[in-house]
Each structure stands twice: as C-alpha cells, then as structure tokens.
Write a protein that binds this ligand. Sequence first.
Ligand code: ADP
Ligand code: AMP
Length: 224
Amino acid sequence: MTGKFAMRLEFLGPPGAGKGTQAKALEEKFGAAQISTGDILRTNVAAGTPLGLKAKSYMDAGGLVPDDVIIGMMETELAGRNSFILDGFPRTVAQAEALDALLAKLGLPLDAVVLFDAERQALISRLTGRWTNPRTGRTYHAEYDPPRVAGIDDEDGGPLVQRKDDSLEVVLERLDTYDEKTAPLVEYYANSGLLVRVDALAAIEEVTAEILAAVEARSKAVRP
Ligand code: ADP
Ligand code: AMP
C-alpha cells in the first residue's frame, strides 16, 4: 500500500503527541499531503494576512481559533484534494461535523481516524523540548530526536526555533484546551468504525509502524 490509491487520514490527539512527526514520516508512503492547520495558521500570522491577524491572539494564549475561521480555511484547503493527512483538524465537535458535511459533498470519505494516546507529563516534556523548522513545520526534540547540529535543520540547513506557545505556561493552557474542546471527539468517532488507537509514547519508528499496520488492516477490510 504505497500510494497506489487515495488515502485520507485524520490524526487526533493532544499537542505534543507526535501527529506532525508521523504525518511527515507517512506523507511519502501514502502519497498523501499533510494538512496541518497549525502550520497554515503560523504561516498566515508570520505574513500578517487578515486570517493571521484574526488567529494570533488565540494561538498565543493557547486557546482555539474560532470554528468559523477554521472551517472556512479548511474548505479552501481541501478543495481539489484526493489524498491527505489531517493534522490538528478537527479540534471541536462543530469542526468535525463541518468536516463530515464537506467530505460528503466532495465524495471523499475518511479511511481512518488515528488517535494518539499519550499522558500529560510526556506531552509537557515533548513540547517544552521541541525545536521547529518554521519554514517546513518539521520538528525535532532536544533529547528524543535531536538534529545533527543543535539549532540547525538537517534538511534545509536553516535555523530551528522554539515556538512561543511551547513555553510551559502556554503548554498547560493548550493541554487544558485539548481536554475540554477536543477530547470529546473520541466519543464523536466512537461508533464510526474509523477510530484506530496508537500508543504515542512508543519510539517514533514504532509509532509509524503501528499506524501503518493499523491503517493497512483497515484498508484491507474496506477494500479487499
Ligand atoms: P504534535 O504535532 O502532535 O503537536 P510533534 O510531532 O511536533 O507533536 O511532536 C512533539 C515533540 O515530541 C517534538 O519535539 C518531537 O520531536 C517529539 N516526538 C514526537 N514523537 C515522539 C516519540 N514517539 N517519542 C519521543 N519524542 C517524540
Ligand atoms: P498546533 O500547531 O496544532 O499545535 O496548533 C497551534 C495553535 O493553532 C493551537 O493552539 C490553536 O490556537 C490553533 N489551531 C490549530 N488548529 C486549530 C483548529 N483546528 N481549530 C482551532 N484552532 C486551531
């Protein structure tokens, strides 16, 4: 199953669970592009677009950008796509309902919703030790997944940064926001038959293998 047919995945899980890391690792295997709402928003904030101006204060505070802003943005993002890995969207029940309606209209059902299981303490140390390439969104970790040269991206040789919202204070807000607004999506998808749970505390390569195995098993069930 290497890009032979369209693959549409949603990655669900708390900040720091490894969604972006895995989306980047799996992009090539599935021939499916990562769509990270966080990356899109940060690009808009950096460029000072109207969307970025609307989003910035919510992001800085560790809250969620309003649903209507995100849903409008994703309608544009998903138009004309066939294969994708959704990373960081949907994050509320209203967003999930809008996504269902949009994908039904486009005739593009999801293949799986991958739930990244992780506990709070691990998420805190992952986020506070994270280094990000602001040009590509690729992340590293000072201890768990360091770049070859500290502060420099292995791929493009440019500088890595620590996101402002990866400070301990904002991280704690973001984890609370997840518990309150996003965790209810587990229940939302519980009866859909789409939910696949992976142990996000395992090593990076093990999580990749777990996702591949689970998605492959599901796609065989759906398309024997
Ligand atoms: P998310 O996209 O879910 O917010 P990231 O993929 O950016 O999370 O990962 C958060 C941090 O944890 C990064 O610094 C990344 O290098 C590190 N990380 C990701 N997956 C693992 C893992 N399985 N084990 C240890 N560290 C990881
Ligand atoms: P992330 O890169 O996924 O950690 O997202 C960074 C920040 O962008 C979040 O803390 C939110 O403020 C905002 N954000 C990203 N995706 C969404 C979304 N689907 N809905 C609302 N806000 C979002």
